[in-house]
Design a binder for this molecule. Sequence first.
Ligand code: FE2
Length: 442
Amino acid sequence: MALRGPSRQPLSPLFLLLLLLLLLPWRCPGAEPAHPEQVHLSFQGEPGSMTVTWTTWVATDSEVQFGLEPGEILPARVRGTCSPFVDGGILRRTLFMHRVVLRGLTPGVRYAYRCGSIRGWSRRFRFVALRPGPDWSPRLAVFGDMGADNPQALPRLRGDTQRGLYDAVLHVGDFAYNMDQDNARVGDRFMRLIEPVAATLPYMTCPGNHEERYNFSNYKARFNMPGDTEGLWYSWDLGPAHIISFSTEVYFFLHYGRHLVQKQFRWLERDLQKANENRATRPWIITMGHRPMYCSNADLDDCTLHESKVRRGLFGQRYGLEDLFYKYGVDLELWAHEHSYERLWPIYDYQVYNGSREAPYTHPHAPVHIITGSAGCEELLTPFALIPRPWSAVRVKEYGYTRLHILNGTHLRLQQVSDDQDGKIVDDVWVVRPRHGRRTYF
Ligand SMILES: [Fe+2]
């Protein structure tokens, strides 16, 4: 009888697969792990500052080199922080998020910069430092609901950015579809896609329902917004406007904390009080939140309900935002979530309060609502209900985005760009308010 050694079981295919998964470096195929990517800017409210954020796949130093444009050399250097972000997916992928704040920038001046470390540098980007005072005319691109797949508005937004059409971007929730998807690789892909825009302009955000996974962790980690709420709610000043960003999602994902509804509401009221005290300097109060109070789409979303949660609140109609925004004389409310564009007549409690028959948006007696969620995503466009509502002024079921030009303290312009019609302006309206504030609504 032949002697046999210890029997050897062949390794199971499942075990081999798991081993392979463990050994693979979890990063973008082909990317150098220390090379900066997903570069984007934000404005955290401090005059003369700009925040640069980027991602690497290993921990490295965080440095931004910058200088006046045009210029070959980048003489100024600033260091920042690097912190790991562990995605909640099964692979627990780790991204290293770098954050550097540039300070002492000269308003209105163009800078060049690159970011990274001696282990790898980004390419060179450019931005214009925001002006701090109220006496200039900011131009913004506004949209929501843009995905990593089918981002219809993005090529035109990139072109607009290169042509210097904007001072900042407002992305009104719902990114990538979804940033957590495929162990956050979809988030990486989306952040790379928007880089030509977001590394040039402050890319200001609010959370949408598609950011919900792992308690909005991808949203909180990837964007650096003003304040100390990880970007859930904050406000900032831009020219003659005070812009308030907030989370409609606290009304829907109550398992992350019912107390957030009250906490945010109290913060909103305090912020609106302060904004009204400063109204002589910054007359416009503009809000941005993802899910609208009103909409006339043919779905079952909250905004199609007469008593929508965002409008009327929760817990026995407490913390509703319509009364709060009306009370403090909010001028313009920017929303998304519905994959279409809709402009409402000035409205409060289902009543239309046009300024006059001839000029509805001149001295309107209630806030103006714009729903702009048609930047493009895998869920395509949302149809409208067949019969328009009496409070609905314009409805466009086409891909596109909104241009907002805050000309001065009394005049602002909204234009809807259609990507389906090669950039044609399909809606164009001036909002004129000689006087601002709550009392002008009565
Ligand atoms: Fe949404």
